[in-house]
Ligand binder design. Structure first.
Ligand code: JBH
Length: 247
């Protein structure tokens, strides 16, 4: 896959791409990421990339000219996804990451809060994405989030162990609690079941903890979750344990 990021802060984005799985994936040739300075496509002495809004009002609007020129200079394939990072976009999700990981080419356009000229949205972008409902100063961090989430899904990027690992959003449950050495840390012990060597009991305990956690912490995921027959049995056990704790 090819990923191009267009931004007025190229060094900020490059810094974020130089670590971890994204770095490894680039070195291994699974993804080719390039970061471009929008100002290189801005005309005039001032190299402005934004201007005041027609009709008046506060804030600035990203000019269409530099953005169209920057994207056209990349000569994107017709199947490329041209993505605006904007608080008005669809909220990013694991499902969206999976969908984007199927595309041959992503172009990520980093906007700033006041937003893009409407013609960019209508005639250049194929997608508009937000990473969540909080105020950020620009689309640079969202671009890094998307590059990370998509890259780790590309074939060959994760080792077998990592990719076989059921991730939270695959089966709709949060992960179970993890423990490693030491057995006793400051008087806090690892649960006995994990030391028993009884694999079926361990699997049951883990599944039960996943159910408990998701029900407690994520009512949104819990509402969508469809328990299997064996999950229903574990949930009945949980209810039993809870009624013993609070008689
Ligand atoms: C995207 O993901 C969004 N959430 C909040 N602020 C943003 C600013 C620019 C791009 C976002």
């Amino acid at each position: 896959m090819r990923i191009d990021v267009i931004t007025i802060f190229p060094d900020m984005v490059r810094a974020g791409l130089g670590y971890s799985i994204v770095k490894r994936a680039q070195e291994a040739g699974h993804v080719r990421v390039a970061v471009h300075d929008l100002r290189d496509h801005a005309p005039g002495k001032h190299r402005a990339t934004d201007d005041s809004p027609y009709g008046g009002g506060a804030g600035m609007v990203m000019l269409p000219g530099p953005l169209f020129q920057a994207v056209e200079s990349l000569d994107p394939v017709p199947e490329a996804r041209i993505i605006l990072l904007t608080p008005q976009g669809e909220t990013f999700s694991q499902a969206k990451a999976r969908e984007l990981s199927e595309a041959p080419h992503l172009v990520l356009l980093c906007g700033h809060y006041e937003g893009f000229d409407e013609r960019v949205r209508r005639h250049l972008a194929t997608d508009e994405i937000s990473i969540g409902d909080y105020v950020l100063t620009g689309g640079e961090l969202p671009a890094l989030v998307i590059a990370d989430a998509v890259t780790r899904l590309l074939p060959g990027v994760l080792g077998n162990a990592e990719s076989a690992e059921a991730d939270t959003f695959t089966d709709g449950l949060l992960e179970y609690p993890h423990y490693t050495r030491p057995l006793d840390f400051r008087g806090w012990r690892v649960p006995d079941v994990l030391l028993s060597g009884h694999h079926a009991e361990i699997a049951k305990w883990r599944r039960k903890e996943q159910l408990r956690r998701t029900r407690e912490r994520r009512p949104d995921l819990w509402a969508e979750f469809v328990p299997s027959k064996s999950d229903q049995k574990l949930l009945a056990q949980l209810a039993e344990e809870e009624s013993e704790e609070n008689p």
